[in-house]
Ligand binder design. Structure first.
Ligand SMILES: [Zn+2]
Length: 472
């Protein structure tokens, strides 16, 4: 009798009392127990530790020590790589004659060390789930008091209602833009970084990759996907880079669309999207009269369902099968990854980026006070409005347009009934002071760290990367 391929003997062995874990496979050992020495254990631990790991920039509070390994790895692959280095004959046997394998370090042992001595996982170092929902779940599980439990549940329901309302707002505008020529609706997000080289040869997993960033912009009206690619050796991926991409593409597309109103949706990541650089950039854009009004609406991460995710999944599929040697190879791969409506690809270098952050620091006040006297809770804002906005009339029976070129209006929810908070963000200039100017952010490529350079050069000696990559 065998259930899921697990025979009775194995089931018995797994249940042997005194062992939290199944014993290593003893087949072919004729009862001679092999004790794994501390030396071997240290070797396995050092091996697991030798893979490059990344931290999450989202779930720091929830799971501080968690690190992320390359998404193309799994524990079995890591174990096979261990054998390749330490027990090469066993690695060959694994491929040719699994039954006669007698490796010292069995897969189960490797897995045991991986699970019990490390806090590692594979894939994206950005939590797909929402950090707030995760937090409420943990609190609910830990709480025994019924009243307190109820209060946490209420908070969680409120949070989820707010998150849903963001998604509904996106859907409403996206649908409206398809038939309304006065609207341009875009969503934007970064894709998970694209690696180069992307070969799956064994040694690769120990080495640091050269990443290519992809900032995706999705037009809800036309379903166009516009991908902005650049190498990590050229520029960073912060607020100035996001504003630079948006300016380049929005202005170009506006020449054909010519819409009055621009509506933007993104997650509320403070480093990239919800910050002063973005505020200053959109404030100036509305003031210049490119659009009559600009709305920037934030969605909760983990509840975003941005159409960009669908765009990126086409690229992710191609990423699994393509061999990439250098960042520029991504250009064609990304372009052709959606067959029905190929993406527009813009390949950028350091010269394309402007220092919007420095400009905002020079232009904007340090803290913002609203016209009602209250300080603005910047992080809590879910909706910024520039140029002009619709406001409920005194009788609350209709929305009327009100221009406000000297003010930024904002809301803490997606609710159109919520009265706007109004503020003047601009610092008062000193007499005879020149207006700050927008400057290029980088005089030269930012380059890469020494350790990464060493790794890429070692790949170069094996001819796995080419001259262009070596140039970094
Ligand atoms: Zn949530």
């Amino acid at each position: 009798m065998s259930l899921h391929g697990i025979g009775l003997t194995r089931a018995k062995r797994v249940r042997t009392p005194g062992f939290a874990l199944p014993l290593p496979d003893q087949r072919g050992r004729h009862g001679n127990h092999i004790c794994i020495s501390n030396e071997i254990r240290d070797k396995v631990m050092a091996h697991i530790d030798s893979f490059p790991k990344r931290k999450s920039h989202y779930s720091r509070q929830n799971n501080f020590n968690r690190r992320y390994l390359d998404e193309r790895l799994n524990v079995k692959r890591m174990w096979l790589l261990y054998l390749q280095h330490n027990e090469p004959i066993q690695r060959i046997l694994y491929r040719s004659d699994k039954k006669s394998m007698k490796s010292i370090v069995k897969y189960k042992y490797y897995l045991h060390i991986f699970n019990n001595f490390f806090n590692l996982t594979f894939g994206r170092p950005r939590s797909e789930t929402c950090p707030s929902c995760d937090k409420y779940d943990i609190l609910l599980k830990a709480e025994d008091d019924i009243d307190k439990k109820k209060r946490i549940q209420e908070q969680r329901d409120l949070h989820q209602m707010r998150a849903d309302s963001g998604y509904q707002t996106l859907n409403w505008y996206a649908q409206k833009s398809k038939t309304d020529d006065t609207l341009e609706v875009y969503t934007f997000d970064f894709q998970q970084n694209l690696p180069a080289p992307s070969l799956t040869a064994g040694d690769m997993f120990y080495l640091r990759m050269l990443w290519t960033y992809n900032f995706g912009l999705h037009d809800a009206k036309t379903e166009d996907g516009i991908m902005h690619l650049w190498s990590e050796a050229e520029a960073g991926r912060g607020s100035s880079e996001v504003c630079s991409c948006l300016r380049e593409t929005l202005l170009k597309r506006h020449e054909t669309h010519r819409a009055d109103h621009l509506i933007l949706f993104s997650d509320g990541c403070t480093g990239q999207n919800k910050n002063k650089a973005m505020m200053d950039f959109l404030f100036e854009m509305a003031k210049d009269g490119v659009y009559k009004s600009i709305q920037h609406i934030f969605l909760f991460r983990g509840h975003t369902f941005l159409p960009n995710g669908r765009d990126f999944s086409h690229i992710e599929k191609r990423k699994k099968v393509e061999k990439v040697r250098r960042p520029t190879h991504w250009k064609d791969i990304v372009k052709d990854s959606r067959l029905s409506q190929p993406f527009e690809v813009i390949f950028l270098d350091h010269k394309n980026f402007f220092d919007y952050k420095a400009l905002a620091d020079a232009n904007l006040k340090t803290t913002f006070k609203c016209s009602d006297g209250e300080s603005l809770m910047f992080k809590e804002v879910m909706w910024f409005s520039y140029g002009k906005s619709q406001e409920m009339s005194e009788l609350m029976d209709a929305e009327i347009w009100k221009p406000h070129s000297e003010e930024v209006w904002c809301r803490y929810t997606h609710n159109r009934m919520e009265p706007w908070k109004k503020l003047n963000p601009i610092k008062r200039m000193k007499k005879n002071q020149c207006a700050p100017k927008l400057a290029k952010k980088y005089a030269k490529p930012i380059g890469i760290k020494a350790a990464k350079k060493k790794d890429l050069l070692s790949l170069a000696t094996k001819n796995l990367v080419d001259e262009e990559t070596k140039a970094f």
